[in-house]
Ligand binder design. Structure first.
Ligand code: F6P
Length: 358
């Protein structure tokens, strides 16, 4: 048996732990393992596959990033390229990818990625590639999966950052607005905001009203609390407003970001209080994974190999109700997992007095 491993989309802490466990579990079965370098876009390079052995995965569990490399422009069905006239276009190189797999006699692919990668994986299965998916994204928005690898580290880093910003907010009696990642879902904002006892948490699932935030700020002031910590997800938007974006590069997803400075400015105008905004950005994605992320990544990686062994292809390994199971890639493709507004976490935030902007 010869398997390939691909890491696609934005990196996430825990990827290396998953690569290592999948590699070791496959080698233990006497299989050969090939890592795809820098995502599917490498099909044009002379050597897109990197032969993996025990040595290639030694000591990588604690490392952030991915030893294989990844790319946000790695969709083989829409690969950006430069046309003869110098302009850019997209082309379908998926047949070329399939040819490469055949050339290397790859029997199965372990595709580690988020919603975009699973969508691609599903389409590749329709071209005959046998795939097992592993759920990865700091955003935790993969449908059908309770926890994606990378999420725990991102929320922990965000929590620590918000804790630190809280002390300076208090000293200066400022409104501090901290923007966290998460795309169109509020998982990172909700969990890190709750854990760091933020006063206001704004998530994409609840369009916010400035009046409601101002009310919270005034309520705090009336109790002598002259600072307010506001955590805003990059995908949050005011009622009747739009998500703030920085545009879109051909072949990539739209880039979100910029809501924190807008919120900080607007709240300053309305309250007369000094404000500052901080964008945590890629800090949330880099560095060593937490213990939880290392463990879940290892479990996902090894479990993917057991699926290959059992012939359970075109499935995504997921954690549901604290148990590992699989769901068909066809069910996941094109869907997203949002924060359920009736969840106990949302309820807990409300119960402890956090303003969710509504
Ligand atoms: O999907 C993971 C993520 O970190 C999002 O939270 C964020 O919007 C995006 O990727 C940033 O992507 P890039 O690395 O292309 O800036």
């Amino acid at each position: 048996m010869r398997i390939a491993i691909n890491t696609g989309g934005g990196d996430a802490p825990g990827l290396n732990a998953a690569i290592r466990s999948a590699t070791l579990a496959a080698l233990k079965r006497g299989w050969e393992v090939f890592g795809i370098k820098n995502g599917y876009g490498s099909v044009y390079t002379e050597k897109p596959f990197m032969k993996m052995d025990e040595e290639s995965v030694r000591g990588i569990t604690l490392l952030g990033g991915t030893i294989l490399g990844t790319a946000n422009r790695g969709n083989p069905f829409e690969m950006p390229y430069k046309k003869e006239d110098g302009t850019k276009g997209l082309k379908d190189v998926s047949d070329h990818l399939v040819d490469k797999f055949n050339e290397y006699n790859i029997d199965a692919l372990v595709a580690i990625g988020g919603d975009g990668s699973m969508h691609i994986a599903h389409k590749l299965t329709q071209k005959g590639i046998k795939i097992v998916g592993v759920p990865k994204t700091i955003d935790n928005d993969l449908w059908g999966c309770d926890v994606t690898l990378g999420f725990d580290t991102a929320r922990s880093i965000a929590t620590e950052a918000i804790d630190r910003i809280t002390t300076t907010a208090e000293s200066h009696e400022r409104l501090m607005v901290v923007e966290v990642m998460g795309r169109y879902a509020g998982w990172i904002a909700l969990y890190s905001g709750l854990a760091s006892t933020a006063d206001v948490i704004l998530i994409p699932e609840i369009p916010f009203s400035y009046d409601s935030i101002v009310k919270k700020i005034e309520e705090r002031r009336s109790k002598g609390k002259n600072y307010t910590m506001i955590v805003v997800a990059e995908g949050a938007k005011p009622e009747g407003g739009e998500i703030v974006t920085k545009g879109k590069t051909l072949g990539q997803q739209e880039q979100l970001g910029g809501i924190a400075s807008q919120v900080a400015h607007e709240l300053s105008e309305r309250t007369g209080q000094e404000s500052r905004s901080v964008v945590l950005g890629h800090l949330q994605r880099g560095g060593s994974p937490t213990t939880y992320d290392r463990l879940i990544s290892m479990r996902y990686g090894a479990s993917a190999i057991r699926c290959v062994e059992n012939g359970d292809f075109n499935e995504l390994v997921v954690l549901q109700d604290n148990k590992l199971t699989t769901i068909p890639l066809s069910e996941v493709a094109g869907k997203m997992k949002y924060v359920p507004l009736d969840s106990d976490v949302v309820q807990t935030a409300r119960d402890v007095g956090i303003c969710l902007g509504d």
